[in-house]
Design a binder for this molecule. Structure first.
Ligand SMILES: *[C@@H]1O[C@H](CO)[C@@H](O)[C@H](O)[C@H]1NC(C)=O
Ligand SMILES: *[C@@H]1O[C@H](CO)[C@@H](O)[C@H](O)[C@H]1NC(C)=O
Ligand SMILES: *[C@@H]1O[C@H](CO)[C@@H](O)[C@H](O)[C@H]1NC(C)=O
Ligand SMILES: CC(=O)N[C@H]1CO[C@H](CO)[C@@H](O)[C@@H]1O
Length: 639
């Protein structure tokens, strides 16, 4: 390796003066390895690394303020949503940011010809030797091995100079496990990592088996939830008037798939005018509605979401189409960033934020993979987007979640309502995993494990309730305590947004849980979830030719999405804007009585009883379940 004189000079100067240590800050670090990975040894220092610096977007410090400006009911700009182009312009990295990172690299001896800026100015890249990178970032590059045989190059922590750090989101490859995985001895290409659509991964609905006799009567809603029960519970009596202007999308991740025969079976029973009707599929990154593998694990989620969404927004005849975003090809699958890339070209061209251990990387080089280009800004976002998938916050790095969370805020600025299910394991994470003091997740962990994106303050998180056993449909519901427990709690990554301050502080004052602060985030300054809830127990769903009884916040999210879609319809019908990001509105004093407060039940997990549903907001059922007529009245009064 040839070291330029500048480089030698600088290193000598810095190490002599000690400035190097003093002026640097740890930019990112990880305390434990993701499941399945082990340290294999130091990386060969002569190898080359494609170092990429993700530049800070401009105006991110004003993101919340800008979102509130168009979303807070008291704001004069309520409903004045932004266009996609305006969003791209306001958040593009500034030339100062580009200059600072560029000159820092030049000072370290990287010749201008070695430094390149991406066309969107979102990334700066240099090919550095491991030795160069280790000095630049004050780190050590290691090789990690995965049980699948894949290798990964990365580090546990890295530094940036104090004056550079504010201009950089993240550097890759570093702690992110985001280098393209290659299988030893196999042609290089991305490995199908643990993508969110695989059966058993993340949030997935549970079933207690098939049912032969369904009693679709209001007296039986404690045992069989059908569209009839949900309409009664939330007083959802509304006929769409502005369907052609409105839109509602359900997101599914391949290989999850709906079966038309199941939709028809369901509709034959509950809404014969919908027999033969399908969701309007939009395929993202080679999305496929596969029919090869059929089981509850492959069809339960999509069938549940689509059967209920289609029914709830089409009470009397078929007017309101439901869009299906089917994301990811068969070999690789996909995750939330793939969807966001398709919805926002500016996010997508912020290249490299996708992480092969979580997101699909397209074009896909695996056999049978989608060889087209990644969908990038090709899909116009629907007014309401409901997703019943989710991670544990701890599955992902703070930088990754922060970048994605900001994108939900941008969708909110564009007037899109983003709804996510809150998880099915109470205060534990998906698969019943709880945190350990070192940050790892195990089923015998003791520390509450919040979910993501529910912990992102810019989405609406939906928990689960139930018609209590033996109770009538007109009785107050309780927190879901059958088969699943409503995900809820306090983020370890995200600060508390202003809109929920009063509600959460009031909860913490009156009902502060007595658990030691070592097992939950009791600081009172972190984002609390869920925001709202809806029934999540005993759903009658047609799956693989039979009716099954299904449980989960997976059911709750599309129900809330459907109700919000009907509110958008009523607003669009009188020339108003869609409701967009709803949290500042629903937490406002004026909306307090528009929810059915849930005051019974809890969300056990991590060897505890979890939190308890109490009067007012709580970390089990949020503000409560929607009362459609009250919400409609309130939202029609807003500009
Ligand atoms: C880095 O190396 C890769 C692969 O050799 C090459 O395609 C790319 O253009 C290089 N980038 C820069 C900035 O030199
Ligand atoms: C279907 O199941 C088989 C056997 O379990 C598995 O090898 C294959 O990957 C599955 N296909 C999809 C689309 O998940
Ligand atoms: C609790 O949450 C806050 C805000 O999100 C965060 O700064 C803090 O690190 C969290 N505490 C723990 C122990 O994770
Ligand atoms: C009204 C109706 O079609 N009900 C049917 C729904 O499905 C169950 C189970 O297949 C039948 O028993 C009902 O007759």
């Amino acid at each position: 390796m040839r070291i330029t004189p500048t480089f030698v000079h600088l290193v000598t100067f810095l190490s002599l003066s000690g400035i190097c240590q003093a002026a640097s800050v740890i930019h990112e670090k990880r305390s434990s390895l993701p499941i399945g990975w082990a340290l294999a040894g130091r990386h060969n220092s002569a190898k080359t690394l494609p170092l990429r610096f993700g530049l800070k977007q401009s105006n991110m410090e004003r993101l919340e303020e800008m979102l509130m400006d168009v979303s807070h009911p008291d704001s004069p700009n309520f409903g004045n949503h932004w266009s996609a182009n305006q969003i791209a312009d306001v958040f593009a990295p500034s030339s100062e940011t580009v200059d600072v990172v560029h000159s820092w690299l030049a000072d370290w001896g990287f010749a201008p010809s070695r430094i390149s800026l991406s066309p969107t100015k979102a990334w700066i890249q240099v090919n550095a030797t491991v030795k160069e990178a280790e000095r630049l970032l004050q780190t050590e590059y290691q090789v990690y091995s995965h049980t699948s045989g894949a290798d990964h190059i990365g580090c546990n922590a890295y530094h940036l100079p104090e004056h550079v750090a504010p201009h950089v989101d993240l550097v890759t490859p570093t702690i992110h496990f985001d280098a393209v995985l290659t299988k030893r001895g196999a042609p290089s290409g991305p490995l199908p990592a643990k993508k969110i659509g695989l059966p058993g991964v993340g949030i997935f609905p549970k079933t207690t088996g098939t049912i032969s006799n369904i009693f679709d009567e209001l007296e039986n809603c404690d045992q069989f939830i059908t569209p009839t029960c949900l309409r009664a519970l939330y007083k959802l009596v509304y006929e769409p008037l502005a369907a052609s202007k409105n839109s509602y999308a359900i997101v599914e991740y391949t290989p999850q798939a709906y079966l038309q025969s199941d939709l028809d079976l369901f509709n034959k029973n509950f809404s014969s005018f919908l027999v033969g009707k399908s969701p309007e599929a939009v395929f993202i990154d080679g999305g496929v509605i596969q029919t090869t593998n059929q089981s509850f694990g492959y069809n339960g989620e999509s069938n549940l979401d689509l059967q209920y969404a289609l029914n709830l927004v089409n009470p009397f005849d078929y007017k309101q189409p439901v869009t299906l975003y089917q994301v990811g090809d068969l070999p690789q699958g996909a995750s939330f960033n793939n969807l966001l890339d398709a919805l926002d070209g500016a996010y997508c061209t912020f290249e490299g934020g996708d992480d092969p251990s979580q997101d699909g990387i397209y074009p896909d080089t695996l056999p049978g993979g989608y060889t087209g280009k990644e969908n990038c800004g090709t899909v116009k976002p629907a007014n309401v987007i409901s997703t019943s998938y989710g991670y544990n916050e701890a599955d992902l790095s703070p930088a990754y979640t922060a970048r994605q969370c900001a994108e939900y805020a941008k969708l909110g600025m564009m007037g899109v309502t983003v709804v996510y299910s809150s998880g099915d394991n109470g205060v534990a994470g998906n698969e019943g995993l709880c945190l350990n003091p070192d940050g790892s997740q195990t089923t015998d962990g003791k520390i509450f494990n919040p979910g993501f994106p529910s912990s992102c303050p810019y989405i609406t998180s939906v928990g689960a309730t139930q018609v209590n056993p033996g109770a009538k449909v007109t009785d107050p519901e309780g927190a879901c305590e059958q088969v699943i427990y409503s995900g809820g709690g306090f983020s370890n990554y995200f600060a508390m947004p202003s809109y929920q301050k009063n509600a959460v502080e009031s909860y913490l004052q009156k009902y502060k849980p007595t658990y030691p602060s070592s097992i939950w985030n009791s600081t009172g300054v972190s984002r609390a979830f869920p925001d709202v809830s809806a029934n999540g127990a005993n759903y009658v769903v047609a799956v693989d030719g039979k009716f099954a009884r299904v449980f989960g916040t997976s059911a709750s999210a599309p129900v809330v999405g459907s109700i919000l879609t009907m509110i958008n319809d009523a607003r669009l019908a009188i020339g108003k804007k869609p409701i967009g990001f709803i949290n500042p509105t629903i937490y406002s004093a004026d909306f307090k009585l528009a929810f059915n407060d849930i005051t019974g039940g809890g969300n056990q997990g991590c060897g505890t009883a979890g939190f308890t549903a109490v009067p007012g907001w709580d970390p089990v059922t949020g503000l409560g379940t929607p009362s459609f007529p009250k919400l409609l009245e309130k939202w029609l009064l807003l500009p």
